[in-house]
Write a protein that binds this ligand. Structure first.
Ligand code: ARG
Length: 549
């Protein structure tokens, strides 16, 4: 209904302005049931929209139990890519710390996937783990020395990280004392050799080595899944660099047979990406010892995904330090004749500065989530409604996470920002807490006591505060469209924050309690519509709306 109303409006305006433009003297604008009044002032034409119709058209879907579909079948979306969208996000590295960049990738990717899904695309959510490379040699060798199977069971992420840290320190330390103590120098070499051996055995698929690696990977994934669940994030596929080890060698052959593989002075295999083919801009795809690199595995992975999922678009989400990597990836794919690479996009984002918890520097994602929950719980303990909550921890967790998300999504993704616990958790400012608070308040306003839908009941909604909300709701599809085009959540975030400010004024100016029945019912209807749109928008952002807080 909303697009119809909008179309009528815009047709009306353009058609009539056309008349004005052509008839020089005669003022010919005609009123109709959409634009109910037209007046002219000096140099201005005022159009007054039929407010009852506006209220009716807008709020009708909510009366028909189609709350989830509001704004989603707009003609605006026709120009967007349809079909299958593969979104690759989060993609942490096993046995390395999960940094703020991975958190950003996780929530941004989740938002993009949610958005595409609500616009009707088939979405594949993929996590591409950093689960291959020489570091696994060190991890495997180090585990023999510093690892403990019990600790690995109890706290896998932590333990693998520790083992990795010890192994590196060990190699480093032994190297330091090399000159003085020969014994350590041997140790150092032993360890390095053990790492090389482990990795070589892994590459040759030797079963006992593969099974240890598999164990590291499985428990890491399981651990991450628990944390993703807290965040409300899930993946359809856990893939990783390891999957494309053999295919990466095939890629090298293909590059060779297409005449794209050049040998550099250092003996590495490169692809020349410079416009004049003068080797001024090259991308290394093969080490001199014949092993492949991160980019080689990415080329293989992209080709493999296209074959497997025949996506119409693929979106990668990482921080901006990888911009060049992805630009090279897409260029090489195109040079190899894969024209579908035009449908690949890299969404990049800036750095987060100062993400710290009370305990100090953040090493694991879990620390951030725990801290957000603890701080929120502390803030909530001052309010009375907290005592009525069945599970205050759970509510604090959800609200804390919305605070993290909104802080992150408010500005352009490209910008760096300073992480600030106090600012993001404020109940009043433009925060996730404010969104949740508004949602919970709307839920309290006896929305369940609304009569069945009837048109006359909307008559009391013609006052300006109501119209402001209705007009704002009318923009929902445009905002989703903007976000779908540039894949930036800020449009939707700012729309929802504005909506919450409008609702705050409406709560002051349009009381439900104590108003005549018809007026109360109409207002409840408006609040219920606003509540649905707010909840829908929050879900797209990856936020779980709470009903009480
Ligand atoms: N694991 C990588 C990192 O932590 C991110 C992977 C991004 N995706 C890709 N296809 N390269 O930096």
């Amino acid at each position: 209904a909303v697009p119809v109303l909008k179309k009528q409006l815009s047709l009306f305006v353009s058609f009539n302005l056309f008349l004005v433009g052509n008839s020089h003297f005669i003022f010919q604008l005609k009123q109709d049931n959409v634009v109910e009044h037209i007046s002219a002032a000096r140099g201005i034409i005022n159009f007054k929209v039929n407010r009852k119709l506006l209220a009716q058209k807008l709020l009708e879907p909510f009366g028909n139990g189609e709350n989830d579909k509001f704004g989603l079948n707009s003609e605006l979306f026709n120009t967007l890519t349809t079909g299958t969208t593969l979104v690759e996000y989060s993609s942490p590295n096993i046995a390395k710390k999960f940094h703020a960049g991975h958190l950003r990738s996780t929530i941004i990717g989740n938002f993009i996937a949610n958005l595409k899904q609500s616009l009707g695309n088939d979405v594949i959510r993929m996590n591409y783990l950093g689960d291959w490379g020489m570091q696994f040699g060190l991890l495997g060798a180090g585990f023999g020395q510093f690892g403990s199977p019990e600790k690995l069971k109890q706290n896998p992420l932590q333990h693998l990280f520790e083992v990795m840290l010890y192994s590196k320190l060990f190699v480093f330390f032994a190297f330091q004392v090399y000159v003085r103590v020969n014994k350590e120098a041997e140790n150092n070499e032993d360890m390095k050799q053990a790492a090389r051996d482990f990795f070589r055995q892994l590459e040759q698929h030797e079963s006992h080595v593969v099974s240890l690696w598999q164990q590291f990977r499985d428990i890491t994934v399981k651990e991450y899944q628990d944390i993703y669940e807290r965040l409300g994030v899930h993946f359809d596929v856990y893939s990783g660099e390891s999957f494309h080890q053999d295919q990466a060698q095939e890629v090298v052959q293909q590059l060779q047979s297409r005449g794209l593989l050049k040998t550099s002075e250092k003996g590495t295999g490169v692809v020349d990406l410079s416009p004049n083919r003068d080797m001024t801009n090259v991308c290394t795809v093969l080490r001199s010892d014949g092993t492949t690199l991160y980019i080689t595995r990415d080329i293989a992975a992209a080709i493999n995904r296209k074959e497997k999922y025949s996506f119409d678009e693929m979106i990668y989400v990482t921080d901006k330090s990888q911009e060049n990597h992805f630009s090279q990836l897409f260029q090489i794919l195109l040079a190899m004749g894969h024209s579908w690479a035009d449908g690949c996009r890299h969404v990049s984002f800036g750095l987060v500065q100062g993400m710290k918890t009370r305990a100090g520097e953040v090493v694991f994602l879990e620390d951030v989530l725990d801290e957000a929950r603890a701080r929120m719980l502390n803030n909530m303990s001052q309010s009375n409604t907290t005592k009525e909550l069945e599970n205050p921890e759970d509510t604090a967790e959800k609200v804390g996470i919305s605070a993290l998300i909104i802080q992150d999504f408010k500005g352009p993704l490209q910008s760096d920002y300073k992480f600030n616990w106090d600012r993001m958790l404020q109940a009043q400012g433009d925060t996730g807490v404010f969104l949740q608070y508004t949602h919970a308040r709307l839920c309290r306003s006896e929305i369940s006591s609304i009569d069945t839908f009837s048109f006359w009941i909307l008559y009391p909604l013609i006052y300006s505060t109501c119209t402001a909300i209705l007009q704002h709701l009318l923009r929902y599809d445009e905002v989703l469209y903007q976000s779908a085009q540039d894949l930036q959540p800020k449009h939707l975030v700012n729309f929802l924050l504005k909506l919450c400010h409008l609702i705050a004024s409406a709560h002051r100016e349009l009381p439900v309690k104590g108003s005549p029945e018809a007026v109360a019912q109409a207002r409840l209807r408006l609040f219920s519509g606003a509540c649905s749109v707010l909840a829908n928008g929050m879900r797209i952002l990856g936020i779980t709306p709470v009903n009480k807080m």
